[in-house]
Each structure stands twice: as C-alpha cells, then as structure tokens.
Design a protein around this ligand. Structure first.
Ligand code: SF4
Length: 117
C-alpha cells in the first residue's frame, strides 16, 4: 500500500494525516488521530443525520439520526429506509423511528419532539 493521506474529522483542528503501509500514522496532533486513521482505512463508519416526513405535527419533517455510527457502505441502504418512513405526530426526542436499520444493529432515533398540531 502506498502512503495514504486523509484529514482527521474527529475535532475541528482537522489534522492532515499520513498513513504508511504498516499503519504508522504521522501528522496527528493527538492520539485520537491514530485511532481515526486506522478505523477509516479498515472499517470506515459514519453517524448519519436526516429528516423524515411527519403528518399532523406543527412542522412537516422530523430530524433523525443513527443511534451509533454505521458502516460507510450501508449509507445508501439506510437513506432509502429513512426515505420510506412516514410518521404521525406526536413524536418525542429519543423515540426509535426504525429499529435495526438495514440490519446494522443500529436504530434511527428522533432528535427532536414534534407535538400534534
Ligand atoms: S489528530 Fe487529534 S487534534 Fe488532530 S484533528 Fe484529529 S482529534 Fe483533532
């Protein structure tokens, strides 16, 4: 493997990392960058945020997110499941909207409360 470069997204400092063929990481200001680079190059994951349609509420869309990071390759499958959801108000922050989304063992949860109109 040739040297790979990536930007650490763990904090706003955004260190420019270089990873060699033995997974030695340089350019990191702190050790969280090492863990990030190793994970990103082996099993990349992301926390996903989105919105779903909600009927009968004071606003028409509800903000949701994954309850934990999901594998990057599952993002489109998860987005498709989220797109198909249609809810009825009321919904409370923390409510599970989709259990085990796309067989990831991660749930989609509400990040806001929407009361009935
Ligand atoms: S390496 Fe550390 S300081 Fe640099 S962006 Fe990542 S978390 Fe922030």
């Amino acid at each position: 493997m040739a040297k790979k470069t990536l930007i650490c997204i763990v904090c706003p400092r955004g260190c420019h990392l270089e990873v060699d063929e033995n997974f030695n990481v340089t350019g990191n200001f702190c050790k969280r960058g090492i863990a990030y680079a190793k994970e990103e190059l082996t099993t990349p994951t992301r926390t996903l945020t989105s919105t779903v349609i909600i009927r009968g509420g004071v606003i028409p869309r509800l903000s949701v997110k994954t309850s934990a990071p999901i594998p990057k390759e599952k993002i489109f499958e998860v987005m498709e499941e989220i797109r198909l959801v249609k809810l009825e108000a009321p919904i409370n922050v923390g409510d599970i909207i989709i259990k085990n989304v796309a067989n990831t063992n991660v749930d989609i949860v509400a990040t806001q409360t929407i009361n009935k109109q």
